[in-house]
Design a protein around this ligand. Structure first.
Ligand code: PMT
Length: 401
């Protein structure tokens, strides 16, 4: 099946006798080219040893929320997955997922992922027919989860009836379909909010053809704008570069710090402002009207400070939740803490731009979210995932007011 080639699949195995059949599902996914990470509940381990899954899968089986190699496995696995298949899914795991409970690695992974999820229930007939289980599965299906109904057949203890895990072929077919359908519908938790985002690096003219600038590509700010729009916000984006964007986003292109400031102020008030742009701190004090001619002489360009837009917004009272960034190369957290204190921001997104693949220009970033309540690390991941983490924090901060 070509659908799985190169895709990251979390195979989440919960504790029922059908766990032995998940071994076959694991093998077939690997054969189809998927990178399979097995996640076992403690009960699943009692039915099939972790060594079996570790041997057949693409990496060792994961069992615990506490892992020496990964400080936050409960979010890493879910965030990195292209697909999560819960096979078998017991009544307990289904209930926890429907209720939003995360007591073990498997349940936490289900809550932390935005990838498609396929749930394959297997249990005794009485449990399968219980209204609580049915209601939970209906709820999950309404949220976009694929449920692969069990079959009739022989069950544990010699009973026969509905509740036997679906055949591996059916599970793989449903999984391929879910992968093709794409990620889960985003949570619409920003409906009714005006979100103003800035992106890209400003250019401060030295003369009509030269400028003082920086290496910002605008990717991180665009990712925030796209994510906010997907979550239902009314988004304005003030940017120095043009990149693909949904039609619903109001885009204004600017070049200098002064123009960026004017465009931002023009769009206030807003419930949320995210200042992802790399705004110049200094600009040439007297840009030349004509192109400066080459001469053998050294030249001095006098720089003057630009307006500190973030600090101005922090003082202004027209923004309910203000998010600033901090691009640092040394004393990273101390400098960012100082920005949180002095700029009047509610949240500072800190990136150590001296680290490889972090910050400017690439498609990935690694940040720490800093607010009055503390720090949350977001390990190296895509800029879209970083945007999701930022907006999750914004929504949580607003809910806690
Ligand atoms: O655009 P990419 O290539 O995807 O790269 C992403 C990024 C590295 C640009 C982004 O993650 C980032 O760190 N953006 C902020 C860069 C920056 O200007 O950091 P700073 O520490 O110098 O500024 C602190 C904050 O003050 C920022 O929110 C900035 O927008 C704001 N600021 C800065 C100067 C100024 N005159 N006015 C401001 O409002």
């Amino acid at each position: 099946m070509r659908a799985f080639a190169g895709r990251r699949v979390v195979l989440a195995v919960s504790g029922g006798i059908a766990a032995y059949k998940a071994v076959e599902v694991c093998r077939r996914l690997v054969d189809a080219g998927a990178h399979v990470t097995p996640v076992l509940t403690p009960a699943a381990k009692r039915f099939v040893g972790e060594a079996t899954f570790s041997a057949l899968a693409s990496e060792r089986a994961r069992l615990s929320l506490f892992d020496d190699d990964d400080p936050i496995p409960h979010v890493t696995l879910g965030q990195q997955a292209d697909l999560v298949v819960v096979c078998p899914a017991t009544a307990r795991v289904i209930g926890a997922y429907a209720a939003g409970l995360a007591g073990d690695l498997l349940s936490a992974t289900l809550l932390a992922t935005r990838a498609p999820v396929v749930v394959c229930p297997a249990m005794h007939t009485e449990m399968w027919e219980h209204p609580a289980v049915r209601d939970n599965l209906r709820l999950l299906a309404e949220r976009g989860v694929t449920v692969v109904a069990p079959e009739e057949g022989r069950l544990a203890g010699g009973d026969t009836g509905a509740g036997r895990l679906a055949a591996p072929e059916s599970i793989l077919a449903a999984a391929a379909e879910a992968l093709a359908a794409g990620p889960q519908a985003p949570v619409r938790d920003m409906v009714g909010l005006r979100v103003l985002v800035t992106a890209g690096g400003t250019r401060e003219p030295i003369d009509p053809v030269r400028f003082v600038g920086n290496r910002s590509s605008g990717k991180q700010g665009y990712a925030v704008a796209v994510e906010a729009a997907a979550r239902g916000a009314k988004v304005s984006l003030v940017a120095t570069v043009r990149r693909p964007l949904p039609d619903s986003v109001d885009l204004v292109l600017v070049e200098t710090a002064e123009e960026l400031r004017a465009a931002v102020v023009d769009r206030l008030p807003a419930e949320v402002v995210v200042m992802a742009a790399a705004v110049a701190d200094y600009r040439p004090a007297a840009p030349a009207a004509d192109k400066i001619k080459k001469s053998g002489e050294a030249r001095t360009v006098t720089l003057e400070p630009t307006p500190d837009i973030l600090a101005e917004l922090g003082r202004g009272g027209q923004v309910e939740t203000l998010v600033g960034f901090a691009a640092e190369t040394s004393d990273v957290l101390a400098n960012a803490e100082a920005k949180l204190r002095t700029k009047g921001a509610d949240l500072i997104v800190v990136n150590d731009v001296s680290a490889p693949s972090v910050g400017f220009d690439g498609d990935t970033n690694e940040v720490v979210l800093l607010d009055a309540a503390g720090r949350t690390a977001v390990p190296l991941t895509s800029k879209r995932q970083v945007a999701q983490a930022i907006l999750d924090r914004v929504v949580a901060l607003r809910a806690a007011r």
